[in-house]
Design a protein around this ligand. Sequence first.
Ligand SMILES: [Zn+2]
Ligand SMILES: [Zn+2]
Length: 304
Amino acid sequence: MNTASAPDTVERTLEIIRKRTPAYGELTDRFGSLFTASAKVCDEVATKGVAVPEVDPARVSSGVPVLVGFDFGLWREAFALSAERLIPVLCEALELEDTAAKELAAVFSDADTILGLVRARIEGDLQHFENTSLHFDATPSAVLLFALETVCSPVLRAAVQSMGESLSSLSWDEGHCPACGSTPSISQLSPKEFTDLDQLVGGGGKKFLHCSLCGHDWRFKRNACPSCGNDDSETREIFYVDDVRFEHIEACHKCGRYCLNIDMREFEPRPDLDALQMGLIHLDVHAQENRLSPLTATLWNTVE
Ligand SMILES: [Zn+2]
Ligand SMILES: [Zn+2]
């Protein structure tokens, strides 16, 4: 399944958020341009064509995500293009001071640095971000990581979308992404399926996890915790806020984690799942008031 983040889908999603919750207007104004710019980079990279690895089902079924060990040097130019386009927009959204913005732009003007950070991110080597940030005065490792993920994401999304069927047909039961190994930022119940002639062929409602980095959506057991695999209904709980049923919190009291869930059967056309999360902060607040922590930390669920 593919929730492609084309620029117009992002714009429409921002509009949904503004309309439903005017209190999020300022936030969507501030970060909306970053989502739109990212979707444009993804389109641009996809149009130019991106080399993708051969998907080896045997390797994946032994638990190794497709992009682990991939030669990211093949995407050097795509990362450089993404950095050039997105770092200035990111600096504006984060309201960085002039010195910090110039430094971040300098860090991301070097393709070798970007490639080193991409490899470290995919291998889960967060120490590399700490070490790299020590070389700079105004770039803490958290900003470096967020900037890298911002630059990395549209390139990975373009690659994952072009892998198509070879990726979506894999059998994979894990709570992290079969493409890039990242944890999900949200889950969804799939939309109803129609043929080209508008005939309903499937009622939807299958559960998919949505990768926080590459945007890949993979099928997951509906009644299990994506963090620890717990499927005991006694220790799992669903929370609703303001009685809204199509957006809820799925909590696991065994590991103390939660993941938000969106029922896509209630949305037509489909929204952009990454941008949509900006409009769900009240759910994150509610979960964290119940002493739960997010499965994946994002800018929206990291309450200060
Ligand atoms: Zn992924
Ligand atoms: Zn759990």
